[in-house]
Design a binder for this molecule. Structure first.
Ligand code: PLP
Length: 442
C-alpha cells in the first residue's frame, strides 16, 4: 500500500489543511480505509473515530447500503441544474425530511454545506422583512456560538481568535449569553431587552448544545422561554441543527425536545450520514409565502452549482433509511445510557470540572489554568488519544465524544479508557511524552 515518497510527505508538499498552522503541524495521518467506527491508517494502525470525522458520520464508514444507493444514483443521474429542473432524489428527500423535521417546516432549500445552509437561513430572514415591508434588521445570536466559516455565518458566530482577522468585515450582531445553568434569567433579560428595543429580524441558535464552544449545553426549558419571547415580538427563529440533527441529542432533532418550533432549520453534517457534502435550509409557509410575488425583486436570489446534487440526495435518503431503523434507534439509546453511566463515575474524579451529556454527545471539561483553545493541554491529550488508537480532538481543556451510532460497546470502552488515561495524565498519575510537533485542532 505504501508509496515512495509516502502520502504524508506528498501531502505536505501540496496541501493546505483546515484550521492548521502549517509551519508547526505534524504530518497528516494517511487514512486508506474505513469500516464501522474504525479508520485504517496507511501504516496499519487503526483508530476509533470517536468524533465521527468532524461530527458528520452517523452509521459508520463506507456503509455498504449507502454505497450501493450512491452507486445506483451515479449510474442513473450524477447531476442536473436545479433551476428549472428537478429530479426524483431531491423531491423524495425533501418529502421525507419534511415528515421528520419539527412541525411546520414545509419547504427545503438545498445548498452544499453547513455554512451555506446558515447563509441561506440568514438571507431568508433578512429578505423576509424587506419583502414584508417591515424595517427589521438586527440579528440576535449566542455569544459563544459557531455557525460556520463563510462571512454571514462568521458574523453570527463568536468573535473569537478564529474570526479576529475579519471582525471589521462582519455585520453587527446582538449577542446574548448562553443560558447555561444559573445564567438562564440573565439571558432571558438580555433577549427581552433587545426584543423590546424593536428592529430584531431573527434569532439564530444552536439548540441545546453549542458544539464548537465546547459542547456547552443548556436546557429545553430555557430555550422554550427564549423562543416564546421571540414569538411574542415577531422575531424569526433559526435553529442551526447542523451538528445536533439526525439523532445526536437522543431525538432526531434537538428541537424535538421543545413545544415551540423554529421558523427555519439549517441542516448539514449528518444529513447524508457523513457521505457527501450537502446542506439544506428548511422553512415554514410563513417565511416561504413572503417571497411569493409578481415583483421579481422579492425572489430569493441564491443558489450553488451543486444545489440538490442527486448523488448527495441519494446518500441522504439512504442515511435516513438507516437512521429510522429500530436498530439504529436502539444504538442511540444504548450510547446515551452508557455515556450516562460513565459520566456519573467520571465526574467525581479529581481535576474533572464538569461532565455534560445530551443523548450521544458527551463532553468532559478538565480543570485548566486558562480555558483557551490554545492552551497546551489539548495538544498533549490529542497525541495521547492517537497513541491509544482513538481520535478525540480536544477543544482546549474540553474533550468530547460524538460517535457513529454503530460504535460497539468494546470500542466505546476503549474511548472511555482513553479519557480516563487523560485524567491520569492531568493528575500526574500517568506519564506521557508528547511528540515535539504541535497539532492544532478545533
Ligand atoms: C459545523 C457547523 C456549521 C458549519 O458547517 P460546515 O459544513 O462545516 O460549513 C454550522 N453550524 C454548526 C452548528 C456546526 O456545528
Amino acid at each position: 500500500m505504501s508509496t515512495t515518497p509516502n502520502l504524508a510527505t506528498r501531502d505536505q508538499q501540496v496541501i493546505w489543511h483546515p484550521y492548521t498552522q502549517m509551519k508547526t503541524a505534524a504530518l497528516a495521518i494517511p487514512i486508506v480505509k474505513g469500516e464501522g467506527a474504525l479508520l485504517y491508517a496507511e501504516d496499519g494502525k487503526t483508530y476509533v473515530d470517536a468524533v465521527a470525522s468532524w461530527w458528520v458520520n452517523l452509521h459508520g464508514h463506507a456503509h455498504p447500503y449507502i454505497a450501493q444507493k450512491v452507486a445506483e444514483q451515479l449510474q442513473t443521474l450524477e447531476h442536473v441544474i436545479f433551476a428549472g429542473f428537478t429530479h426524483p432524489a431531491a423531491v423524495t428527500f425533501a418529502e421525507r425530511l419534511i415528515q421528520i423535521l419539527p412541525q411546520g417546516q414545509s419547504r427545503i432549500f438545498y445548498s452544499d454545506n453547513g455554512s451555506t445552509a446558515v447563509e441561506v437561513a440568514l438571507k431568508m430572514a433578512i429578505q423576509y422583512w424587506q419583502n414584508t415591508g417591515i424595517p427589521k434588521r438586527k440579528i440576535i445570536a449566542f455569544r459563544d456560538s459557531y455557525h460556520g466559516d463563510t462571512f454571514g455565518a462568521m458574523a453570527v458566530s463568536a468573535r473569537s481568535a478564529f474570526t479576529a482577522p475579519f471582525w471589521s468585515y462582519l455585520f453587527e450582531v446582538c449577542f446574548i449569553d448562553v443560558p447555561v445553568a444559573g445564567n438562564e434569567e440573565e439571558t432571558l433579560k438580555q433577549l427581552e431587552a433587545y426584543a423590546l428595543a424593536g428592529d430584531v429580524a431573527a434569532f439564530i441558535y444552536e439548540p441545546l448544545v453549542l458544539g464548537t464552544a465546547g459542547m456547552v449545553m443548556y436546557t429545553p426549558e430555557v430555550l422554550e422561554r427564549l423562543l416564546e419571547v421571540c414569538q411574542q415580538h415577531d422575531i424569526l427563529t433559526i435553529a442551526d441543527e447542523v451538528m445536533t440533527g439526525f439523532g445526536r441529542t437522543g431525538h432526531i432533532f434537538a428541537s424535538d425536545y421543545l413545544q415551540r418550533k423554529p421558523d427555519m432549520v439549517a441542516l448539514s453534517k449528518g444529513l447524508t450520514g457523513g457521505t457527501m457534502a450537502l446542506g439544506a435550509t428548511s422553512c415554514n409557509e410563513k417565511v416561504y409565502e413572503a417571497f411569493l410575488s409578481d415583483d421579481k425583486r422579492k425572489t430569493l436570489f441564491h443558489g450553488h452549482s451543486y444545489t440538490a446534487n442527486p448523488v448527495a440526495c441519494a446518500a441522504g435518503l439512504a442515511s435516513l433509511d438507516l437512521l429510522l431503523q429500530e436498530e439504529t434507534q436502539q444504538h442511540i439509546e444504548r450510547i446515551g445510557q452508557r455515556h450516562a453511566v460513565f459520566a456519573q463515575q467520571f465526574r467525581k474524579l479529581p481535576k474533572v470540572l464538569e461532565v455534560r451529556q445530551r443523548g450521544t454527545i458527551l463532553a468532559v471539561e478538565f480543570e485548566a489554568d486558562g480555558t483557551s483553545y490554545f492552551n497546551k493541554m489539548g495538544d498533549t491529550l490529542y497525541s495521547f488519544a492517537l497513541e491509544q488508537g482513538v481520535i478525540l480532538r480536544p477543544l482546549g481543556n474540553i474533550i468530547y465524544i460524538i460517535p457513529p451510532y454503530c460504535i460497539t460497546d468494546e470500542q466505546l470502552d476503549q474511548v472511555y479508557q482513553t479519557i480516563r488515561g487523560m485524567q491520569q495524565l492531568i493528575t500526574g498519575d500517568r506519564y506521557f511524552e508528547p511528540p515535539t510537533h504541535t497539532t492544532l485542532h478545533d
